[in-house]
Write a protein that binds this ligand. Structure first.
Ligand SMILES: NC(=O)c1ccc[n+]([C@@H]2O[C@H](COP(=O)([O-])OP(=O)(O)OC[C@H]3O[C@@H](n4cnc5c(N)ncnc54)[C@H](OP(=O)(O)O)[C@@H]3O)[C@@H](O)[C@H]2O)c1
Length: 277
């Protein structure tokens, strides 16, 4: 599995496994286990997904079965808005670790910027404390607009390594992409498949047919060829295996551009400018 390298020299596998909406304990545990046994080395969860215990159990069972060790897996969780404020961050991190039954995270993310800029900066300062004082390997953010990142970077000493945002062929975040590249902060795509909606798109289906791949593989390969990390989610073992099988073909430039031309510059998720959970 290819990795990206953050500005701090740490690496992150380019394809991970998402766990949003996997709230049934058994289903979530089995999905995470299947993912790791199928070759995924990167798992994405959050306090807000109410599944950290199941994710942790899936990781534990997969490590036992495969002989892999904790350091072979990159695990991300996220700080929810109700835990914002510098003084709450460490406790929220420790609670996530307890639920996951892990002793460190590879990446801890602020889940949203929130609408109060002073609270956002204060919370990031708590993330910086965490990075300096604990064993968290990397800290980053989700759902930050360029203006919110600009405000953050102007006032803090440690940059986020990544911004995890809605990104798929219908919402390609052009302005944010340019800004993040200039700052050497990576973009990570959530809902790369637009929760499955884009798998029914005619152009995606045509290109999939041309390459002899599935629509999901085409979209995930399109994300990967842009140097962007994807974390597709599935509860279906066939889909889980299909989604990681994207490293044996290449989408030609003209088809990459065709897929990118689906961009409507319209998010389906909440707008970070006014989202408070
Ligand atoms: N930071 C944030 O604010 C934020 C927000 C949203 C999501 N995320 C993260 O990003 C991850 C991915 O996003 P997402 O879960 O919203 O959606 P997604 O990965 O775009 O789509 C998931 C949907 O696609 C279907 N699917 C997956 N692979 C498929 C395949 N090969 N063929 C057919 N259908 C397929 C799944 O159904 P089946 O189960 O039937 O396969 C599921 O309904 C999340 O799980 C979460 O970890 C982060």
């Amino acid at each position: 599995m290819e990795s990206i390298e953050f500005y701090n020299g740490h690496q992150m596998p380019m394809l991970g496994f998402g766990t949003f909406e996997l709230t049934d304990f058994e289903e979530c545990k089995e999905a995470v286990k299947t993912a790791i046994l199928s070759g995924y080395r990167h798992i994405d969860t959050a306090k807000r997904y109410n599944n950290e215990e199941a994710v942790g159990q899936g990781i534990k069972e997969a490590l036992e079965e495969s002989g892999l060790t904790r350091s072979d897996i990159f695990v991300t969780s996220k700080l929810w808005l109700t835990d914002f404020g510098r003084e709450h961050v460490e406790q929220a991190y420790i609670q996530s670790l307890k639920r996951l039954n892990l002793d460190y995270l590879d990446l801890y993310l602020m889940h949203w910027p929130g609408t109060d800029e002073a609270r956002m900066i204060d919370t990031w300062q708590g993330m910086e404390d965490l990075y300096k004082d604990t064993n968290v390997r990397n800290i980053g953010v989700c759902n930050f607009l360029p203006s919110q990142l600009e405000a953050l970077l102007a006032q803090v000493s440690i940059k986020p390594v990544i911004n995890q945002v809605e990104f798929h062929p219908e919402f390609t975040q052009k302005e944010l992409n340019v800004y993040l590249k200039a700052q050497k902060v990576y973009l990570e795509s959530w809902s790369s498949l637009a929760r499955g909606a884009l798998l029914r798109n005619n152009l995606i289906k045509q290109i999939a047919e041309k390459y002899g791949k599935s629509p999901a593989q085409i979209i995930l390969r399109w994300v990967y060829q842009q140097g962007i990390v994807a974390i597709p989610r599935s509860a279906n073992p066939t889909h889980i295996k299909e989604n990681i099988d994207i490293f044996n073909f290449e989408i030609k430039d003209e088809d990459m551009q065709q897929i990118s031309s689906l961009d409507k510059n319209e998010r389906f998720g909440p707008n970070p400018a006014d989202y408070e959970g």
